[in-house]
Design a protein around this ligand. Structure first.
Ligand SMILES: C[S@@+](CC[C@H](N)C(=O)[O-])C[C@H]1O[C@@H](n2cnc3c(N)ncnc32)[C@H](O)[C@@H]1O
Length: 365
């Protein structure tokens, strides 16, 4: 049997899978996508402007060994992979633990199609559900029915961020490198596009959105420019941002990366979705079960860290320097004090994994 690291390297051609992050949207990746040279057909394949935009692929997800290791202590049962993507983490978990089954959620139909191919060898041990985090409870019931399983939920995994196919398919409007309609929806059947968002958002909300995503200094100027300019394409958005931020005051990376990220987070309601996931997770998990979250953005990581610490304190309001007298009961414990990050080997293989932060929480037994 291949080790996880060997499995990571098993095909030769690579494409990058980008992750959500402030200055990393198009430079960083949470995974290397490994394209099979002989790939057929595939529901992932599509042709846009005469170009083949995506192919049958397997991928190399970030912190793979660490994610699998963090689930090692859980007992037999169900893992919910809330961001199944191309199925990379899910397939590693299923190969390492024959006593686990997976309910994989994704709001993106193309990701679910890729996962279906990747997980085919584990037929009968996984269910793929079209759902977003805020629908997780219903999705788990659906998954249980498909698997005919009443096994306990022993783990939940979320590998936040945008996927490589979402970025690489230029027509979806996530990329500042390809001119396309300003869309950015992970689930193109729902939500308003980024262009529509800019038609309806207030000046103050847009300023806040830009500030939250690292554009504090020029937030007001950018917001005014975008609301007046009403871009309908990625190229026109880039041009407006380019004109609003002085050349002398630019940071490393693409001038529009933070603006693209801010809009994508808003379009896909990523912070609200993460909050819904955190709220639903503890009641779903059985005693001793583990929640693992990989984030790529400081705002998300802070939300995960503070929520897990609150759970650990059980809502205790006593001063940290005194013993607890308020009767709070810990809901479990943070598995590590500090987030797990990619090691040098992974970073050198995939420099973009540098931004990943994995945090795990174990529910009290
Ligand atoms: C970084 S990729 C996950 C990659 C996956 N771990 C793998 O090994 O292939 C993130 C995926 O989560 C999905 N996603 C993001 N937010 C979501 C949400 N709120 N609900 C459901 N899926 C979501 C995206 O569509 C994307 O496919």
């Amino acid at each position: 049997m291949l080790t996880l690291k060997e499995e990571d390297h098993r095909t030769s051609q690579t494409r990058t899978m980008r992750s959500l992050s402030i200055d990393r949207e198009e430079r960083n990746s949470s995974a290397l996508f490994l394209v099979s040279p002989g790939s057929l057909h595939s529901p992932m394949s599509s042709s846009v402007g005469g170009l083949r935009m995506a192919q049958d692929f397997t991928h190399h997800p970030v912190l793979l060994t660490e994610v699998v290791a963090a689930f090692e202590p859980v007992s037999a049962g169900l893992i919910i992979d809330a961001t199944v993507g191309g199925g990379g983490h899910a397939s590693a978990i299923l190969s390492s633990r024959p006593d686990l089954m997976i309910i994989g959620l994704d709001r993106d139909a193309q990701a679910r199609a890729a996962a279906a191919e990747r997980l085919a060898p584990f037929l009968g041990r996984f269910a793929l559900i079209a759902a977003r985090f805020s629908d997780i409870v219903v999705a788990v019931e659906q998954g249980r029915r498909q698997l005919s399983s009443s096994a306990p939920v022993v783990g939940i995994l979320a590998d936040l961020g945008v996927s490589s196919p979402q970025l690489d398919q230029g027509h979806r409007g996530f990329s500042f490198n390809v001119d396309a309609p300003l869309d950015m929806r992970m689930d193109p059947e729902h939500d308003a596009t980024a262009a529509a968002l800019l038609e309806s958002i207030s000046m103050e909300d847009l300023i806040q959105l830009l500030r939250d995503n690292g554009e504090a200094k020029y937030a007001r100027r950018l917001a005014t420019t975008l609301l007046e300019g009403q871009p309908k394409t990625t190229a026109s958005l880039v041009a407006l941002v380019d004109g609003a931020i002085p050349k002398s005051d630019r940071r490393r990376g693409h001038v529009a990366s933070r603006v693209f990220q801010a809009l994508r987070i808003a379009v896909n309601q990523e912070l609200e979705e993460l909050s819904a996931l955190l709220e639903a997770s503890l009641p779903l998990l059985s005693p001793g079960g583990r929640l693992e979250i990989i984030s790529y953005h400081s705002g998300e990581d802070a939300m995960v860290k503070h929520t897990m610490r609150d759970w650990e304190l059980g809502g205790c309001t006593c001063p940290a320097t005194l013993p607890c007298v308020c009767g709070a009961t810990a809901k479990g414990h943070c598995v590590q004090r500090r987030a797990i990050v990619a090691d040098e080997e992974e970073i050198s293989r995939n420099p973009r994994s540098r931004s990943a932060r994995l945090r795990s929480f174990e529910v009290a037994s």
